[in-house]
Design a protein around this ligand. Structure first.
Ligand code: KG4
Ligand code: ZN
Length: 341
C-alpha cells in the first residue's frame, strides 16, 4: 500500500544487531525488525567483529524484506534510505552502508548517512516529536558515555564524556566477572533487584574541578579486587548485593553530573538515550534527583533504547527535511564523532 508522506527505510548494522525499520514522517513506526546475534557472541563473552560482519551479510537482506513486508510497502513507496555509517565496527558498518547505497541508487531516492549516537538521541523524537531545543542528552551505551548540549537539530556540544570505559562496557565487564553472560546490563539489573545498593562500598571517581567527565575503570577494578579479597579470605558474599552496589556506583555519577549540567546550562529538557537508558534504576534515579525546577525528563520505551533501525530512520527523517543528503561516496567511519562536520 502506498503511504502518503515521507517513508524512510532505516538500516543499522554498527555492532551485533542487524536491523531494518520503516518509519513514516519521523514518528510512526510501520515496522521495526531486529535480528540479534547475541546467542552467537555470548559464547565468546563479547562481540567478535568478523563474525558480526558475516552475520550481517547473511541477515540484512532478510531483515529488510521483513521490514517492508510488515510495513506493507514496496521499494517504490520509499522516500529515502537512512543508514548508520559510524561509529561502530568497520566491517559491520560496511555491510549496512553498501546495502543502503545499492538500494537508494537502484530506487532513485536519497541516501542519508546517520551517526549511530544521533540515532539513539532521535529515538526520543520518535516518541515525543514535540521535543524542543535546547536540550541536554545523556547518551549511555556499550561504547559511549556522552553528556551533550544540543542547541538545535544536528548541533552538538560535548559537556562531558567518559575518560575510559563506557557505562555499558563497565556493566558488561563486571557481568562477565560475575559469570552472568553478555550483554551484562540487563543481567546485573535483574540480579540487583534483591540486593542492597549500600552493602558494599565501591568508589565514585573524583575528577578534578568542575569536570563533567566520567570514569568507570576504577570501579571495575574495585569490583575485581573485592571478589578476589573475599575469595582469598574465604568470606561468603552476596552477588545480588554486589550487583546492586555496582549499579548504584554507575548510576550516581551519571545522575550527579547530568543534574550539574542542567543547572550550569540553564536547560529544562533532558533526554536519556542508548542501551543503558533501559536501566530502570537509572530512570528512577532521575525521577528522584534534585533537578532544576520544571525540568522534563524523557527516555525512549525499552525496545527503542537498545540498537534498532527505527531510531536511524527517525534521525534520517529530520536530516531529509533539512535537505541533508549524503553523497554516493558515503563510507563507514568507525570513530565518527557527533561534532564532526
Ligand atoms: O545502545 P546499545 O544497544 O549498543 C551500543 O550502541 O553500544 O547499548 C548496549 C549496552 C550494553 O553494554 C548493555 O549491557 C547495556 O547497553 N544495557 C544495559 C541495559 N540494557 C542494555 N545496561 C544497564 N541496564 C540495562 N537494563
Ligand atoms: Zn547503540
Amino acid at each position: 500500500m502506498k503511504e502518503p508522506g515521507c517513508v524512510i527505510l532505516g538500516i543499522e548494522t554498527s555492532c551485533d544487531d542487524t536491523a531494518a525499520a520503516v518509519v513514516l514522517d519521523g514518528r510512526k513506526i510501520l515496522s521495526n525488525c531486529v535480528a540479534s546475534q547475541i546467542e552467537i557472541h555470548q559464547r565468546y563473552g563479547g562481540v567478535v567483529p568478523e563474525i558480526a560482519s558475516r552475520k550481517h551479510l547473511e541477515n540484512l537482506p532478510l531483515v529488510i524484506e521483513a521490514a517492508l513486508e510488515q510495513a506493507e510497502i514496496r521499494f517504490d513507496d520509499l522516500s529515502a534510505v537512512a543508514v548508520t555509517y559510524g561509529p561502530g565496527l568497520v566491517g559491520a558498518l560496511l555491510v549496512g552502508v553498501s546495502t543502503a547505497k545499492a538500494l537508494a541508487y537502484a530506487c532513485g531516492i536519497p541516501l542519508i548517512g546517520i551517526n549511530h549516537l544521533e540515532g539513539h538521541i532521535y529515538a526520543n523524537f520518535l516518541i515525543n516529536p514535540q521535543l524542543t531545543y535546547p536540550l541536554i542528552a545523556l547518551v549511555v551505551s556499550g561504547g559511549h558515555t556522552d553528556l551533550l548540549y544540543l542547541s538545535g537539530p544536528g548541533s552538538y556540544r560535548i559537556l562531558g564524556r567518559t575518560r575510559d570505559d563506557a557505562a555499558g562496557e563497565a556493566f558488561d565487564k563486571v557481568a562477565r566477572v560475575l559469570g552472568l553472560g553478555y550483554p551484562g546490563g540487563p543481567q546485573i539489573e535483574k540480579l540487583a533487584v534483591t540486593g542492597d545498593p549500600q552493602a558494599i562500598p565501591l568508589p565514585r571517581a573524583r575528577l578534578s574541578g568542575n569536570s563533567l567527565d566520567f570514569s568507570f575503570s576504577g570501579l571495575k577494578t574495585a569490583v575485581l579486587n573485592f571478589i578476589q579479597r573475599q575469595k582469598r579470605e574465604g568470606i561468603n558474599w552476596n552477588p545480588a548485593d554486589l550487583a546492586a552496589s555496582f549499579q548504584a556506583a554507575i548510576v550516581e555519577p551519571l545522575v550527579d553530573k547530568t543534574v550539574k549540567a542542567l543547572h550550569q546550562e540553564g536547560v529544562k529538557t533532558l533526554i536519556l538515550a542508548g542501551g543503558v537508558s533501559a536501566n530502570v534504576w537509572l530512570r528512577e534515579a532521575f525521577q528522584n534527583a534534585d533537578l532544576p525546577l520544571g525540568t522534563q525528563v524523557y527516555y525512549p520505551p525499552l525496545e527503542l533504547c537498545t540498537d534498532n533501525a527505527a531510531m536511524i530512520a527517525a534521525a534520517g527523517y529530520y536530516r531529509y527535511q533539512r535537505g541533508e543528503i549524503s553523497s554516493w561516496n558515503l563510507n563507514a567511519v568507525p570513530n565518527l564523532s557527533l561534532t564532526a562536520k
